[in-house]
Design a protein around this ligand. Sequence first.
Ligand code: ADP
Ligand code: F6P
Length: 467
Amino acid sequence: MSETVQEKASFLVVANRLPVDRVTSEDGTESWRSSPGGLVTALEPVMQSRGGAWIGWPGAPDERVEPFHHDGYDIIPVPLSSQDVERFYEGFSNATLWPLFHDCIAEPVFHREWWDAFREVNQRFARVAAERAEQGATVWIQDYQLHLVPQMLREMRPDLRIGFFLHIPFPPPELFTRMPWRKELIEGVLGADLIGFQFPGCVSNFLRLARRLPDVEGARGRVHMPDGRMVVVKAFPISIDAVGMRNLANSPQVLAEAQKLRQELGDPSTILFGVDRLDYSKGLRNRVRAIGELFESRDLDPEQVVFLQLATPSRERVKEYRMLRNDIDLLVGRINSQSTSLARSPIAYRYTSVPRETLAAMYQIADLMIVTPLRDGMNLVAKEYVACRSRNDSALVLSEFAGAALELRQAYMVNPYDIDGMKASILQALHESPRVKARKMRAMRKQVFDHDINVWADSFLTELESN
Ligand code: ADP
Ligand code: F6P
């Protein structure tokens, strides 16, 4: 494969973020680090095996970066000014669409100037994709930040095959119709030939809305457009590179790191583990409360049990995220301050991102994985944990409101709003017989390995390229 950047590509991924973010430290040194979130985890291996170009933002305002070749594919940066970051990214994407699409668990904020910026930035992404795509190329647009790009790109380049995949849930019409620009958003995404959602409920929510447009008919996963085009709408549950994850988790380096980590945590008999972007959709407040109460009541013995929680910094300038950070700091501080042991705190909480090797080591030492989002498109953390567990002596507590719950049916399911129910499920999972635990873990592992990221990408792209 060529190491130089190609003028045009036959396969392009367009996402708000590049797979790597440029970071400038205080002394001015620049480096690249892996971008946060499930989108990058899922699409990186797809790009590494297919090649092509990834169009996206380098992760900092006013960043001008030349295209470069990385890991077998081209990186085409799209700059965002500070005002774009404020209005398009922090504003319309993450304070309007994100809460609206996550069942309004936080109140969506509607500002006309944010909408104008959203349209303008979507145009910019569409223009770059139009310039970089070969005649007849396949362009795969990702996620809610680029909802308008499919139609914009179709107007510029009707020769392209255009796919769109939404990584987050798509809400019911009863919530979506609050959106002042609802018609534009639905029409914008209908510029694609194929629209993929995480689970079937999102497909039916979307079809109910599409049918409300004039002269549009939609049923059984197909939308017939007034211009004669047919758009396919279907569920494609996303996944992970399961073999890659398992191999990483069982490498000598990771196994050694796992042993060291266990020592650092005071060699407890049981480790509970959670890892999320610090996002209110992840249900951290209730999770920490439930576990705190279990320590307080001594159902969990702080001399024997540690709860390790990692939170990746995310969208730190958006108000809801700042409030969440303070709340978790306070909650964890309060629980730890009530512990009688001076040697060790019941909750080991870190607000940081870690290398993939360290994360794999943490999955290796976790006896119980706790994944409790209030709403989540999929949740790849749950699948990563399952893929890493070659031994069958562990368990997964999983929110019924994560897309992953439709696939990992043998997990201990919880309603994350029900703190007592969550406490009961945690205890049940911890005290389950080894035989039942092993059966559940084997079944979940089979599901993840039979439906990995290659199955996901192949099924989406085969459908896109064949109709
Ligand atoms: P989301 O896309 O909403 O962030 P997912 O669970 O689908 O949620 O994906 C999160 C991805 O980010 C996973 O691949 C997970 O391993 C990774 N991740 C989350 N937190 C951290 C962290 N603190 N350090 C490193 N990777 C993390
Ligand atoms: O999967 C949801 C998602 O919003 C992705 O689109 C995004 O890349 C990831 O989470 C992380 O969010 P952000 O890009 O805002 O840091």
